[in-house]
Ligand binder design. Structure first.
Ligand code: NAD
Length: 271
């Protein structure tokens, strides 16, 4: 059901790789709510070609940008403002990748060149994105920037590896930049801490199926799906949340506030 919550709003959506991507669902929902937007991803992801289908379906322009390259981001904002016909009202930063996790390097035998890449791609890219927009004055007053994170920024999940530091840093950047962009232009910056979700990035983490099921059993509402996450993003892009900024918002069916559930007690033989 659509409410026209984003009617007339212009956006940039990073990170739709395939139809499982959280960003893919956000694009579909934002389109249904009346937004127009540019889709962007790294050149290697564009070559996969899946994103063309989404662009067609949502009537969006595709602009390639590697989120670790400042010149790409500058070009992206300049072009997006031109294509969409005005300043940007919302940005979804839905980017994450760890070469250490991808190559199965354990946390105690980490490759530091990879570690730099993890932090650059998964955290610093949010700062780069915000700084590019800030310098170009490309985001409209009361604009909204949302990035996706995971509770491994606060608690340890052994196979999440160096992505844990990336998420802690990402959340800190949202707070710090949220201050400066709030003062400058009333732009709000928040992170959504999402349940485990079956996507390319998600399932790349070792033991994913087990911790997906565990989280589902712990959370009173069960795991939040990518569709649910898309609804939450739409709400944060909308004018209904104008005074929400610098927050890490849990979207996890209650996981982060639950110690243990009866379902898990029963699994361990308790009653
Ligand atoms: N899937 C989960 O369980 C889960 C849970 C919580 C948070 N998240 C976060 O959600 C976000 C989106 O991930 P997803 O689960 O939809 O997986 P996904 O693999 O579909 O999306 C990750 C995206 O990052 C993009 N990317 C990687 N390097 C890039 C670069 N240099 N420049 C631009 N884009 C680049 C990829 O091309 C891809 O589109 C990530 O930040 C992820 O950590 C995922």
């Amino acid at each position: 059901m659509a409410y026209n919550l984003l009617k007339g709003k212009r956006g940039i959506i990073f990170g739709a790789l395939d139809s499982n991507s959280i960003a893919w669902k956000v694009a579909e929902h934002a389109h249904a709510e009346g937004a127009t937007f540019v889709l962007t991803n790294a050149p290697v992801a564009l070559r996969m070609g899946e994103i063309n289908k989404l662009a067609e379906k949502t009537g969006s322009t595709l602009i390639g940008a590697d989120a670790t390259i400042d010149a790409d981001l500058e070009n992206l904002f300049k072009q997006a403002v031109e294509v969409l016909g005005g300043k940007i009202d919302f940005v979804l930063h839905s980017i994450g990748m760890s070469p250490n996790v991808r190559k199965g390097k354990p946390y105690t035998d980490i490759n530091y060149d990879f570690y730099h890449k993890t932090l650059d791609i998964s955290a610093m890219s949010l700062h780069r994105t915000l700084q590019a927009a800030y310098k170009l004055d490309a985001i409209a007053e009361w604009g909204s920037v949302v990035s996706l994170t995971y509770i491994a920024g606060q608690r340890t999940f052994p196979d999440y590896g160096d992505m844990a530091e990336a998420k802690a840093m990402l959340e800190s950047i949202a707070r710090s930049f949220g201050y400066h962009y709030g003062i400058k232009n009333k732009v709000r910056v928040n992170t959504i801490s999402q349940s485990p979700t079956k996507t390319t990035a998600g399932t790349g983490v070792g033991g994913f199926d087990a911790f997906f099921d565990y989280a589902d059993q712990i959370s009173p509402l069960g795991n939040a799906s990518a569709e649910d996450c898309a609804n939450y993003c739409v709400m944060l892009f909308s004018d209904l949340t104008r005074m929400v900024t610098m927050q890490n918002l849990y979207h996890d069916g209650g996981f982060s506030s639950t110690g243990i559930s009866n379902a898990v007690i029963e699994k361990f033989g308790g009653k």
